[in-house]
Design a protein around this ligand. Structure first.
Ligand SMILES: [Zn+2]
Length: 187
């Protein structure tokens, strides 16, 4: 069935993805600023109602916001459907929260060492790429099952190989079969 494949298909790692990372990170930052205002209000109310429980609930709400926003943006920008069950959103938001704090540490340090408007602008642009990259990859962990299947349907026949175990057609660059999970050993 499959013809001789001479080239490895480009799997979404071309130059076109770079602006998308920026758009993802930029949109994320802007919408998040708006969401933080809403969250701050909810957080304040929750703390008034029950100090410690309110504090915990406040963070849970924040993780939902983060997970929900990033699921929405990943689907919109990359056309990757993301799981939106509450457990997924919570885990997604929590991981994103932790990773975004970590990747922002160098920027905060630079801002502290070299303060100024120019630094702020440069860092904002740089952070948008970083945030977009982190956000897209974190979302990928919660992508809906069956998505890989849809991607492979679009792969031209020449870029397909047969799985070593189940024999179904998968992209030549695959290291693992998306149907049966078998590791594809090099020929
Ligand atoms: Zn297989």
């Amino acid at each position: 069935m499959s013809s001789e494949a001479s080239t490895i298909p480009k799997r979404g790692s071309g130059l076109k993805t770079i602006p998308k990372y920026f758009i993802h990170g930029f949109a994320f930052s802007i919408i998040f600023i708006v969401l933080v205002f809403v969250w701050a209000l909810i957080f304040a109310v929750l703390i008034v109602i029950g100090s410690f429980i309110g504090f915990i609930l406040g963070f849970i709400v924040l993780f939902f916001f983060l997970g929900g926003l990033n699921s929405f943006l990943t689907d919109l920008i990359w056309s990757i459907p993301i799981k939106t069950a509450w457990k997924s959103l919570l885990g997604h938001g929590f991981l994103l929260f932790i990773l975004l704090i970590i990747v922002h540490i160098p920027a905060v340090l630079i801002e502290f060492i070299v303060p100024g408007l120019a630094t702020t602008i440069v860092l904002f642009i740089f952070n948008a790429f970083i945030d977009g990259f982190v956000a897209k990859n974190v979302a990928g962990w919660w992508k809906k099952e069956g998505f890989e299947y849809a991607e492979e349907e679009k792969t031209p026949k020449g870029f397909l190989k047969k799985c070593v175990r189940c024999g179904r057609e998968i992209p030549v660059a695959s290291e693992q079969c998306s149907y049966c999970g078998a590791k594809q050993t090099e020929e």
